[in-house]
Design a protein around this ligand. Structure first.
Ligand SMILES: NC(=O)c1ccc[n+]([C@@H]2O[C@H](COP(=O)([O-])OP(=O)(O)OC[C@H]3O[C@@H](n4cnc5c(N)ncnc54)[C@H](O)[C@@H]3O)[C@@H](O)[C@H]2O)c1
Ligand SMILES: O=C(O)C(=O)CC1(C(=O)O)C=CC(O)C=C1
Length: 306
């Protein structure tokens, strides 16, 4: 139990904020954690389940005297929240966020951060398809990456504190530059979500001809592949609107590969299909062997390939 901050404020009480709260409590990482959500119903639920030491009626009240303020709202709401809390931030405090896109958040939040307050964007690479204050759990960040995205002139001591908080929450911490982050995440997270949403849309379109059998008998492949299509629509709308260029670049490449496979199927080119699947299977297995598949079961002996 190492306390890193006296007071932490969480703004937006959904999956990530609630998981942060339970992880901070588990590690004894903060003296007090305050919380604020825009909707009265969310604040009520938070109080009921004991989320945060104190739920405040305004964002201003929540951030007052906080040493660390973490913005846990959808990416498109970050700028507005930053503007709202700016006059109430304590000198020397750190403002961070957990947004899935970084360049747009830096652009939206940065200008509102007052002189004497540190701004360190961050992104924990962990989540589920669930959302809201009741969806969080203390172990969400265990053995997952959290990327810190320092802006020019970032105070090294403030960085160390934030790094220690995320490590205390169970994460491995790395640093990455914003544009690079957005390109990497477009491949590993954003495009896959869009493709999963699309596949569910296709299944739904087919409902009329298959008499709902696609949904009723949805096989393991469909279920595994489309779990993430149950994710929050506001969050993902904002991700695509704010990481437009990188996502469109990756979707362009994806479409080219898809067309090549489509052509191989039409032409009966089994060799092309076999070679492609052999190569991609090796890559996927390599991810597991490198221990980067943090969902693979761990029986206390390191990651076990599935
Ligand atoms: N869900 C994931 O898998 C995941 C993973 C890593 C990072 N993120 C990022 O974390 C952030 C939060 O995501 P989440 O999954 O916790 O979402 P969530 O939908 O569970 O929670 C978001 C919360 O923010 C509140 N909110 C929305 N607009 C607000 C405003 N203007 N002021 C105050 N509160 C507001 C909502 O009412 C809700 O309580 C997003 O930026 C998302 O991109 C999500
Ligand atoms: O596992 C999931 O449900 C997720 O979608 C989590 C996930 C991801 O794509 O890996 C989603 C968005 C993030 O910003 C980080 C993590």
């Amino acid at each position: 139990m190492t306390q890193i901050y006296d007071r932490v404020a969480l703004i937006g009480l959904g999956l990530i904020a609630s998981s942060m709260f339970w992880a901070i409590k588990r590690g004894g990482l903060a003296g007090e954690v305050t919380g604020y959500a825009r909707s009265a119903q969310t604040r009520e639920t938070a109080r009921k389940i004991g989320l945060c030491d104190r739920i405040c009626e305004s964002a201003e009240e929540a951030v007052k005297d906080a040493d660390l303020v973490v913005l846990c709202v959808p990416v498109g709401a970050m700028g507005g929240v930053a503007e709202q809390i700016a006059p109430y931030l304590k000198p020397g405090a750190t403002v961070s966020d957990v947004g899935s896109v970084k360049a747009a958040v830096i652009q939206a939040v940065g200008p509102h951060i007052p002189e004497g307050v540190h701004f360190i964007p961050a992104h924990p690479l962990a989540g589920t398809e669930h959302s809201g204050p009741e969806s969080g759990f203390a172990t969400l960040f265990d053995n997952r990456w959290c990327l810190l995205v320092p802006v020019p002139g970032t105070d090294p001591a403030a960085m160390e504190h934030l790094r220690a908080l995320w490590e205390g929450c169970g994460a491995h911490v790395d640093e990455m530059e914003a544009e690079h982050h957005d390109l990497v995440l477009a491949v590993t997270s954003h495009a896959p979500h869009l493709i999963a949403y699309t596949m569910v849309g296709v299944a739904d379109d087919l409902r009329r001809v298959t008499d709902s059998e696609v949904i009723k008998y949805s096989a393991a492949g469909f279920r595994d592949f489309t779990r993430i299509a149950a994710s929050d629509p506001t969050m993902w709308r904002d991700v695509f609107l704010t990481n437009k260029d990188a996502t469109l670049e990756i979707l362009g490449r994806f479409t080219e590969e898809l067309f090549a496979l489509q052509r191989a199927i039409r032409m009966g080119d089994g060799e092309h299909l076999f070679d492609y699947f052999t190569r991609t299977r090796a890559i996927r297995r390599g991810i597991i062997e490198a221990g980067q598949d943090t969902d693979a079961p761990d029986f206390g002996r390191g990651k076990v390939a599935r």
